[in-house]
Write a protein that binds this ligand. Structure first.
Ligand SMILES: [Ca+2]
Ligand SMILES: [Ca+2]
Length: 137
């Protein structure tokens, strides 16, 4: 009887022990991944931008550095999305050339990751531009 009891106890504990080993390995891998991602994370802290308005909107997508201008109102005004540098130099500009018809104006830029920029949306015919929004490539 005592031998059987020992055998049962042994069988019962083995799976628990294996599970613990698996859990430890998983934790080690997660820690390693966090350490690898850690030092590079700040450089990739990209910030997308979106400026809506009743005339259309401007978007900056940090993934691939895409700048978009979408005209959403069939009127006499066109919309242009613009990107400026920190020194207020125009970095890129794109207009939705077909107005409110389906499709937006889009350009694919090549900007170094981590570069801070300012996004704005400008409405044609003297309506001016909306307040700048902070984005980061
Ligand atoms: Ca329009
Ligand atoms: Ca359009």
């Amino acid at each position: 009887m005592s031998n059987q009891t020992t055998a049962h106890t042994s069988k019962a504990t083995r799976p628990t022990w294996r599970r613990r080993v698996t859990a430890c390995t998983g934790a080690t891998l997660a820690t390693t991944a966090a350490l690898l991602a850690g030092p590079t994370a700040p450089a990739h802290a990209a910030v997308d931008g979106y400026i809506p308005s009743s005339y259309g909107n401007a978007s900056f997508l940090s993934y691939g550095e895409r700048l978009l201008a979408c005209d959403t109102k069939a009127d006499a005004h066109s919309v242009t999305a613009r990107l400026y540098t920190d020194t207020m130099q125009l970095r890129a500009s794109v207009k939705d050339v077909d107005g409110a018809q389906l499709g937006c104006g889009e350009i694919n830029l090549e900007i170094a990751e981590g570069t801070p920029l300012w996004l704005t949306l400008c409405i044609s015919d003297g309506l001016g531009c909306l307040p700048f929004q902070r984005v980061q490539a």
